[in-house]
Design a protein around this ligand. Structure first.
Ligand code: NA7
Length: 317
């Protein structure tokens, strides 16, 4: 069993800007935007929203993470419910479906306000379609509007304003979020009803997860033959199989640099959600099942917080 050092905890650099932001010609909406969840993704998004002139009210479970945003001009609230009271459109960006549901249905959660008329709720946390339908229904029952806006991309892509937004639900909310989405994403898709965007996001994650395990196994085999991994990557780059992401992940595997761009725990969470969806449809996904087991095992080895490319470590055993 390898000795695993935890990846360095990064704090957000409030002064960094993506190169593309200045060229985007963003006219900030004058609505007040609430933001629940200041993890790596949430922080990066809120920092850019403030920079492009949006009025932002924030909350995070660990309150210390709010401080840099106060200094940058955001208002901080004590509970999710307080954020909803103060804002017109509320974004949520937390780790998983359970966290996303807690913030809506839990103590001091969004629905404690009871009357959400003139409010809109936008779910950015990666969740499954059923969770999104439940959240959407809860918001609707209190007369609010709901949009799922799944963010596809790594932390680096978030820092560069190059995410892809996959949205489903209330089209008017989608349109009212235009200046926010333009700030953080290179492309935005409206995919119809609630649930559709979650499905598309998880389908894309399936492609990514399966590809990473294939890449890791192939590089581990090369390593057993003592073939230089850098040579394999250079040759791979010349083939029609190459993709920017697989090249980048291959280089990380070769270097053993697993700085979390997309944490391994998030990848395994996504595969679990995919398999639950497939189970409900009796859809057979044998390769995805094995891929999930591989990520699960790598988690047990201590690589939850590392990048998904750390799956290479397990393949080398
Ligand atoms: P991080 O950096 O791991 O941050 C996770 C955030 O979620 C962080 O703000 C956590 O608060 C928050 N969180 C987690 N569970 C809960 C519960 N139960 N209640 C309240 N808040 C919670 O993840 P990322 O920012 O990279 O990713 C966030 C989402 O974007 C994820 O779904 C990705 O797939 C897309 P904490 O600071 O720990 O108190």
């Amino acid at each position: 069993r390898p000795v695993v050092t935890r990846p360095e905890t990064k704090t957000i650099d409030m002064n960094s800007r993506s190169n593309t932001l200045a060229d985007r010609d963003i006219v900030a909406s004058d609505q007040i935007f609430g933001f629940l969840g200041l993890g790596m993704m949430g922080s990066t998004i809120v920092k850019d929203l403030i920079y492009t002139g949006h009025k932002v009210v924030v909350w995070n479970r660990t309150i210390d993470k709010c401080q840099p945003f106060v200094e940058a001009g955001a208002e901080v609230k004590d509970t999710p419910m307080d954020v909803v009271e103060a804002a017109d459109i509320i974004f949520c960006c937390v780790s998983d479906p359970k966290g996303a549901k807690d913030l809506v249905f839990g103590n001091c959660g969004v629905l404690q306000l009871k009357d959400l008329r003139n409010k809109a709720y936008v779910e950015m946390s990666t969740i499954d379609p059923d969770t999104s339908l439940d959240i959407g229904e809860g918001i609707k029952q209190c007369n609010g509007r709901y949009l799922e806006a799944q963010i596809h991309g790594s932390r680096q892509e978030a820092a560069e304003g190059m995410l892809i937004i996959l949205a489903g639900g209330d089209r008017s909310v989608f349109e009212e979020c235009h200046s926010c989405f333009k700030t953080i994403a290179k492309n935005t898709f409206f995919l119809g009803n609630v649930g559709n965007a979650c499905k598309v996001n998880l389908i894309l994650q399936t492609i990514l997860g399966v590809s990473l395990v294939g890449l890791a196994e192939a590089l581990a085999l090369a390593d057993r033959f003592s073939i230089s991994l850098n040579d394999i990557i250079d040759i791979f780059d010349l083939t029609s199989m190459k993709s920017p992401l697989l090249l980048a992940k291959g280089k990380e595997m070769a270097k053993g640099d697993f700085n979390p761009q997309q944490p391994l725990s998030h990848m395994q969470r996504d595969l679990r959600l995919v398999l639950n969806m497939a189970e409900n449809l009796d859809q057979s996904m044998p390769v995805t099942s094995i891929t999930n087991e591989v990520f699960k095992h790598t988690k047990r080895l201590g690589y939850s917080e590392h990048d998904s490319s750390a799956v290479f470590v397990r393949s080398r055993f």
